[in-house]
Design a protein around this ligand. Sequence first.
Ligand code: AMP
Ligand code: MG
Length: 334
Amino acid sequence: MDTKLLTEKDIKVAADIIKNGGLVAFPTETVYGLGADALNAQAVAKVYEAKGRPSDNPMIVHIGRASDIGQLTPRLSPDIVALIENFWPGPLTLVVKRKSCVPDRTTGGLDTVGVRMPDSKIALDLITWSGCPIAAPSANLSGKPSPTKAEHVIEDLQGKVDAIIKGPDCRVGIESTVLDVTGDTPTILRPGVITAENIEAAIGKKVAVDPALYVNRPRDVSDEEFKPKSPGMKYKHYAPKADMTIIEGSRDKVKTEIERLRVLNERIGNKVGVILFEERAFIEAAHDFFAKLRELDKQEVDLILAGAMSDTDGVGFAVMNRMLKSAGYNIVRV
Ligand code: AMP
Ligand code: MG
C-alpha cells in the first residue's frame, strides 16, 4: 500500500480517508494514534490488522467535543461530568457503558467503551473534519514501544496504512490514564500522567486502582493467565529488541549496580544501553521513555539496564508500569 505522508495542512485529505473507511496515523498529546471511523466495524478491523493487535483488546474512541460523548454512552453520572470538566481535553480515558451504535469490533466485544477528547489541535481538527468519532490505538506495531515521534510511526506503519500525519513530538509521551467509571468506585485500569490523586481531588472521593497493576507479574505467568480488567494490560508490550533488566533500590546502589553490570557485560562483548532518569523527574521520564527504547534499538544494543522510578502512585508509577512491561518484569533489587 502506498502510504501518503501528510502535514497538518492536509487535514481535509486525511479526514476524507477516515470518512471513506481508511486508516490515518496522527499525533495526539500522549502518543501517536492510528485512527479509523469508530462506528465503522470494517474500518476498525483494518486497524487491528495493520498493527497485528489481538482482537479482544478494545480501542479508545476519540471525540472532538466533550458533548459528543452522548453519541457513545446513554447517561452521564455526576462523577463523569466532573471528570470531563476537569480533565478534557486531556490524557484521561473514561470507560463508560456503550450505546449499541458502537460496534463490537471497537470495544473488543465489551459492553463498555473507552472515550477521550485529546488535547491536540491536529487530532481535534481531524476528528471534526471527519465528522465521526475516531477509534485509535497507539500507532505502533503491536508489542513495540509506543510512538512519540512521526519517525517512529513511519518505521512501523509505512506501507500498512493509508496516511500518516507528520506532526510534532508528543508532549506527554505515555498513553492516557484509563479510568473505569461504570461502577460506584472509579477504578484506574491503566496509570498515566493524570494520577489517582488528581482524580480524587476532582470528584471528592477515593478511586481504586486495578490490583493487577501492583503485581510484579512473574515471568512464568502467561498472557492468558494474567487477568487485569483492561484487556490490553495483559499483553506483552513496549518490548525493545534487546534484553532489558530493571535495577531497583536506593539511588546510589542502583547507579553502582548498573555500572558493575555494564562493565561485566561489555567485557564479554555485549553492547549495553543505560536508561537512568533523574531521581524524581517523572514527567521527563514519561516524555522520553519510549523514544529512548527505540533509540537503543536503533543502536542495536544487546542489553538495556534501566534504573527503577520510585513512586508508588504518581506519574512515576505510570512510567514504571511501562518499564516493567518492556523488561518482561525482569527486575533486580539491590
Ligand atoms: P491503546 O489503544 O494502545 O492506547 O490501548 C488502549 C487501552 O485502553 C488498552 O489497554 C485497553 O485494554 C484499554 N481500554 C479501552 N477500552 C476499554 C474498555 N471498554 N474497558 C477496559 N479497558 C479498555
Ligand atoms: Mg498501545
